[in-house]
Design a protein around this ligand. Structure first.
Ligand code: PHE
Length: 294
């Protein structure tokens, strides 16, 4: 009889004891974990021996250039290295009969078709991305496009068949060469952390009109003339100009309403200038003694 009445009572007490036991256990575990988290976190990067890897000078310069353009309101865009013949040439006002095609010795991936939309090349410049970006996103546009390009060239101290360019494109209502000048002068001055001046010379590229060659003041001799600038005081920097109306039209943009500038420069020369590297081949040499300096 007693068992019948006391049994459930005992069971109740047992359950409540178990519950408070579990509760206390959890509390202790939580506080132990908190303590551990608060006291001893491990910095896995501390004192890590630098046994391998550093950031390549080209990547460093590219990253900095991207940061500067971003700070000026440009978006960063990237396109593929294998491009249609149409985007690399035709859309940029360079039809197959155009003598300007000889300016860029091209690696063709596929050249069997009559249709330039079907043939493919290793892009010879980043200008193809003017087309991509305007066709995809329309205008107004303010974009910088870093990328690797390919030309079938003889390799020497200042040329390589693979090189890195940065394309720039700004299209809106009322854009002029003054905007180009301000943009480039600011970018270079930020990059080199000192006042850099630029100058325009007439140049020819079928996708711009007028076309320009842009030089910047030599940073080694401050414009007085030295070996690096071949005594001219200026460093040849990039091609640029106002986007040709045909290019705008090919991308569905009305040249009566919109205008813009475009430019394309090599990253290699900038990296060489920034770090005082005198032979382009060092950049791709994989020499440890060279790379370990960065
Ligand atoms: N694409 C040209 C080159 O590779 C450079 C350029 C870009 C010129 C944009 C004008 C405008 O030489």
């Amino acid at each position: 009889m007693k068992k019948k009445t006391i049994g459930p009572e005992v069971q109740k007490v047992r359950e409540s004891l178990f519950a408070s036991f579990e509760e206390k256990k959890k509390e202790l575990e939580d506080s132990a974990l908190d303590e551990k988290l608060n006291s001893g976190w491990i910095d896995v990067t501390k004192n890590y021996p630098r046994t391998h890897g550093s950031i390549h000078p080209l990547s460093r310069v590219q990253k900095r250039v991207e940061e500067i353009f971003t700070s000026m309101g440009f978006e960063i865009y990237e396109g593929p290295e294998v491009e249609t013949e149409w985007r690399n040439f035709d859309a940029l006002n360079i039809p197959s009969t155009h003598p300007a095609r000889d300016m860029q010795d091209t690696f063709f991936i596929n050249s069997k078709n009559d249709d330039p939309h079907k043939n493919t090349v290793l892009r010879t410049h980043t200008s193809n991305n003017q087309i991509r970006r305007m066709m995809e996103g329309g205008v107004p546009v303010r974009v910088a496009v870093p990328g690797r390009c390919y030309r079938n060239e003889a390799i020497d101290a200042s040329h390589d068949a693979i090189f890195y360019q940065v394309e720039g494109l700004m299209v809106d209502k009322g854009i002029s060469l003054a905007h180009l000048k301000g943009t480039i002068q600011t970018m270079l001055s930020e990059l080199f952390e000192r006042e850099v001046t630029i100058r325009f010379r007439p140049g020819y590229f079928p996708f711009v009109e007028p076309g320009l060659e842009v030089d910047f003041s030599c940073l080694i001799c401050n414009g007085k003339g030295c070996k690096t600038c071949k005594n001219s005081g200026w460093i040849e920097f990039m091609g640029a100009g106002m986007v040709h109306p045909n290019v705008l039209r090919n991308c569905g943009v009305d040249p009566e309403e919109y205008s813009g500038f475009a430019f394309g420069f090599g990253l290699t020369r900038l990296a060489m200038m920034k770090y005082g590297i005198d032979d382009i081949r060092l950049l791709f040499s994989q020499k440890k003694e060279f790379l370990a300096q960065f």
